[in-house]
Design a protein around this ligand. Structure first.
Ligand code: GLN
Length: 498
């Protein structure tokens, strides 16, 4: 990227951030210029990359948008941050998010909500027309959409990359679980957490994926090299002739269960047009069934909260996190200090999830909630395996693993049940973040997370609009997902949608 273009982006980020709240911290233009002079000449040389504030960076604070970590600066870079720097990227800002990744609207942030810049008009927060950027990676999506960076790192535990990408009209990839290292990424739910990538162009997402995808011995769940080698074999066995203009013979399934009652009709015209354009390029569409889909959301919230209650136990104000102000903590007992630090440091939503998760893991509830949710997760995994043409490259091939010739290569569905909700709904005092409706926003994203599969949300036009003021002209995303390891194919078809 030319220094002049870079300067324009950095200046715009500083100018627009007070209004959009896309960043929690920004590097000064002088520091960016210094970094530019020293940047290695790799595939991302001089490219301004924004990084979600959940990844540890030595240069700017790492807060997870929590009061608990508001003064924390990491002594190390996360593996993905290190790889970005080695590729020549300039990390010029950390992006806003829901606290510790918990939320779908970015309203659960210590820094306040990121604004969606992609609607028919850029509204102010006070204005009833303003809409959320989505969450939890709302800042990354808003920054990409407003041109305040070219690429952004996000995270995706149950939709946090794909949902805000859809709401803001940018591309957002949740790679296959284990492909990108989680080392140095503040954990929410370790068995689900993935590093996400956002950009306006799918090509930039692919370049970043290539830079970041590598085995990392520091991440115990990093996909081993033999599985990575099998991905390459699978890529070769799939038709190498498929391009963004020729998808002849590619089989795409449309899962019947994804068309929930909550799905807003305003996203359907864009979705239908996308299906028609893929068909015109030679793709073969068919209906597929994933019967356990309606169970996914409840299983997700039990498992994610249970894992969070364990992962966030470290923030006790002693070893990690802000200590409660002395006069409010009872100095007599250590547990009173922990309790005061955690009550003051965590926001309401995080506290709610920690209570729910602790309960799900208690002897009383373990069988009925936690184990039951694990069973649902198994079912969901198996159902996905049964519809795809190729088996998962995670499993070493044996005499019993065969290709399912009647299977599909990918699935496709709307990325979200509607367009971005209003920041301050006018007809009710409940904000989206505090309503049950906010949990349903990820209903279409969590099944893929539970199964560890790759999913890409790509922009597919804007909403048709409804009489009830659903919102005309707001971005609509479609999601393309595939078997574990089919990230390259997912991106290729994503490019065909553009
Ligand atoms: N909305 C989901 C949650 O709150 C997704 C979060 C995520 O992917 N980080 O758990």
């Amino acid at each position: 990227m030319l220094p002049r273009e870079l300067t324009a982006i950095i200046e715009a980020a500083h100018r627009l951030n007070p209004r959009l709240a896309a960043f929690t911290s920004l590097l000064s233009p002088q520091d960016v210029a210094l970094a530019f002079n020293e940047a290695p000449r790799g595939p991302l040389h001089g490219v301004p990359v924004a990084v979600k504030d959940v990844f540890c960076t030595t240069q700017l604070p790492t807060t997870a948008a929590s009061r608990m970590l508001r003064d924390y600066t990491s002594p190390f870079d996360a593996t993905v941050v290190k790889r970005l720097r080695e590729a020549g990227a300039l990390i010029h800002g950390k992006t806003n998010m829901d606290e510790f990744g918990m939320g779908s609207t970015n309203l659960n942030s210590y820094f306040g909500p990121a604004l969606n810049p992609s609607g028919p008009h850029l509204a102010k927060v006070e204005d009833g027309e303003a809409r959320v950027a989505g969450g939890s990676s709302g800042g990354s999506a808003a920054a990409v959409a407003a041109g305040l960076c070219r690429i952004a790192l996000a995270s995706d535990t149950g939709g946090s990359t794909r949902l805000p990408a859809a709401y803001c009209g940018v591309a957002g990839l949740k790679p296959s679980y284990g492909l990108l290292s989680r080392w140095g990424m503040i954990a929410y739910a370790s068995s689900l957490d993935c590093v996400g990538i956002m950009a306006k162009e799918v090509g930039d997402v692919r370049t970043t994926l290539d830079v970041l995808s590598a085995f990392d011995e520091k991440d115990p769940t990093s996909a081993p090299q033999d599985a990575r080698d099998r991905i390459a074999e699978h890529d070769d066995s799939l038709s190498p002739t498929w391009t963004s203009t020729n998808l002849s013979g590619l089989r795409i399934g449309v899962p019947a269960e994804y068309f929930l009652a909550e799905l807003s009709p305003t996203v359907m015209p864009s979705f239908r047009r996308t299906l028609e354009s893929l068909q015109a390029k030679g793709a073969i569409l068919s209906s597929v069934s994933l019967p356990s889909t309606p169970l996914a959301l409840s299983a997700y919230y039990v498992l994610a909260s249970a894992e969070a209650s364990s992962n966030l136990a470290r923030f006790d104000g002693t070893r990690f996190g802000a200590r409660a102000v002395e006069q409010e903590a009872d100095p007599a007992t250590r547990s009173a200090l922990y309790a005061a630090s955690r009550s003051q440091g965590f926001g309401k939503e995080v506290q709610k999830r920690l209570l729910l998760g602790t309960y799900a893991l208690s002897a009383e509830a373990f069988d009925n909630y936690y184990l039951q949710a694990q069973r649902v997760r198994q079912l969901i995994r198996r159902e996905f395996d049964s519809i795809f043409r190729l088996p998962s490259p995670l499993i070493p091939p044996s005499s019993s693993t065969t290709s399912n010739n009647a299977g599909v290569d990918l699935i496709i569905h709307p990325s979200s049940i509607g367009v971005a909700p209003r920041l301050r709904p006018s007809n009710t005092t409940t904000t989206p973040a505090s309503s049950i409706a906010s949990y349903t926003q990820d209903a279409l994203n969590v099944p893929i997370s539970l199964a560890g599969l790759p999913g890409l949300s790509v922009p597919a036009g804007v909403s048709a609009g409804e009489e009830d003021g659903e919102g005309k002209g707001w971005p609509v995303g479609v999601q393309i997902a595939g078997q574990w390891g089919s990230d390259k194919l997912v991106l290729k078809v994503g490019e065909a949608v553009e």
